[in-house]
Design a binder for this molecule. Structure first.
Ligand SMILES: Cc1cc2nc3c(=O)[nH]c(=O)nc-3n(C[C@H](O)[C@H](O)[C@H](O)COP(=O)(O)OP(=O)(O)OC[C@H]3O[C@@H](n4cnc5c(N)ncnc54)[C@H](O)[C@@H]3O)c2cc1C
Length: 468
């Protein structure tokens, strides 16, 4: 595979080809511009990037894919590059395809509750658009900064504040338009038969060929996304407890009421084994009476525990309240990143069974204490306790290389511990992908390879990711 140290003549030729497709302003091989695309805000990179190109439409995407096939050079699609784990960075050099210019919201259908967006549409854009044009509907927004793209979040199988009720965000896809690695445009979901991308339809579910694959199977150009009812009122209640072992059963009981919309477990950086664990439950409604009723039911759960073991908290502590009531909540990065000392944080988002939360928490504390770094945990419950995204958050000061290295080590150890607990690191960085694949059943890994071979015979789409 080319992409590393291309000869100058050919280098110019590829650049000229790309510029002829998108225009001189949107194709670059200048080092100062490539550098921006070679790093992200975590500890990955810098990685080698040979070209960056910004297509405006699907036709241009197809032509860029043709150039990559002709020269056998890798393409890595990039949204906002905000995974913190370097998933938008090429592993083997080549072309970064920055999708930000494809930023149109193409259709909103209120009755059928869906919206069709291009690949560069961001969380912030869609949020503002819905507030203005259809305030009674919303999408499941992650806590990521507003410039994160809808498609980037779907590709990494992300989650948002509606993921307790409706599952992780890749469950909200109705359909996709994809440019395959061989250049054909493919429509997936009901829209490949019907005039409308209103659901996936009773068809083989091929959206799964593009979710979780980190851009190794094609370039998504459009997405039809489900929207959900937005209730008029939002409030939050809390439960505080000292005993970590109480958390899983409490979560079970809270979700069993069918009254919560978002459920989070938090613990702060200064935590010790003895300090409080805090569970927040978001509740929504259209009437004061509805909110009051839900609060009363949720309060009763705490009363079922021995005096003082689980304390019902309402109104909750102000910073936590704004953290969960304001959408999108911006507090997490401010709490987690060590901005005062130069900024930066990584998190290992481990997808775990809910009953593993205490063990996972203790492991994070142990790793952080041993390596002399800070640790905080943010745990989002997904799909009514069907799983949890356990966020091990490690802040660092970018200016101190030794501290950055300790955080890298913490990430490696955390990933290993997660796998040993029977969990799976989410949006795994390249090193963690290797750890996952080492543990994967060989036939499953072989199936992945067969899919790549069939879809991408020249191996141009993001090679190196997922050990491709
Ligand atoms: C402070 C902070 C908080 C966060 N909170 C959350 C959270 O609550 N929930 C959550 O889910 N995530 C969260 N994230 C993680 C992540 O930023 C988001 O999921 C984000 O939406 C990723 O989108 P992106 O545009 O940055 O994608 P990128 O990082 O640009 O891309 C992600 C992956 O998708 C591929 N890709 C991008 N576009 C395409 C395309 N058009 N076709 C094919 N492949 C493509 C890339 O190659 C890459 O592998 C958070 C991140 C930060 C920094």
């Amino acid at each position: 595979m080319e992409g590393k140290g291309l000869p100058a003549m050919k280098d110019d030729l590829i650049h000229r080809d790309l510029a002829s497709i998108v225009g001189e302003d949107y194709a670059s091989n200048r080092p100062e511009e490539l550098f921006i695309y070679s790093v992200d805000s975590g500890t990955e990179g810098p990685r080698k990037v040979d070209y960056v190109v910004m297509p405006k439409n699907v036709d241009q995407v197809q032509k860029i894919v043709a150039v990559a096939n002709q020269h056998r050079i890798p393409i890595t699609p990039m949204g906002a590059n905000l995974t913190l784990n370097g998933l938008g960075l090429p592993v083997n050099g080549g072309i970064v395809m920055d999708m930000k210019r494809m930023d149109r919201i193409l259709e909103l259908n209120r009755q059928r509750k869906y919206v069709v967006v291009e690949a560069g549409v961001t969380q912030g854009m869609l949020g503002s658009y819905l507030e203005k044009n259809c305030p009674e509907l919303e999408h499941s927004r992650p806590e990521a900064p507003p410039m994160a793209t809808i498609v980037g979040n779907i590709v990494i199988r992300g989650h948002g504040y509606l993921s307790l009720r409706y599952g992780n965000n890749s469950h909200h896809i109705n359909g996709l338009e994809v440019v395959l690695p061989t250049g054909e445009v493919c429509n997936i979901g009901a829209g490949c038969v019907s005039p409308w991308p209103f659901c996936k339809g009773p068809l083989p579910d091929m959206t799964g060929l593009f979710c979780g694959w980190n851009g190794t199977t094609g370039v998504i150009t459009k997405l039809s996304l489900k929207l959900f009812p937005k209730r008029r009122m939002l409030d939050v209640v809390g439960y505080a407890m000292d005993d970590l072992e109480l958390v899983p059963e409490l979560l079970y009981q809270v979700t069993h009421t069918d009254m919560v919309d978002n459920l989070f477990v938090v613990g702060f950086a200064s935590d010790t084994h003895e300090s409080h664990k805090y569970v927040t439950a978001s509740i929504t409604g259209d009437l004061d009476e509805e909110i009051a009723y839900k609060k009363a039911v949720l309060k009763k759960i705490a009363a079922g525990y021995q005096e003082g073991r689980v304390r019902f908290d309402y109104p909750v502590w102000d910073p936590l309240k704004s953290r969960f009531v304001e959408k999108p909540p911006y507090v997490t990065p401010a709490l987690a990143a060590d901005f005062e000392r130069g900024g930066g944080f990584r998190y290992c988002g481990a997808i775990l069974p809910v009953d593993k939360i205490p063990e996972a928490w203790r492991k994070g504390m142990e790793i952080a204490h041993r390596l002399g770094i800070n640790f905080s945990a943010g745990i989002q419950i997904l799909g009514y306790c069907h799983s949890a995204m356990f966020g091990y958050v490690y802040p660092f000061n970018r200016a101190e290389e030794q501290e950055v290295e300790r955080v890298r080590k913490a990430m490696r150890e955390t990933n290993e511990a997660v796998l040993q607990m029977g969990g799976i690191p989410w949006k795994a960085e390249v090193a963690a992908q290797k750890q996952i694949i080492e543990k994967m059943e060989p036939n499953t890994h072989d199936l992945m390879k067969k899919i790549w071979k069939a879809l991408d015979p020249n191996g141009i789409m993001n090679p190196g990711n997922w050990c491709k």
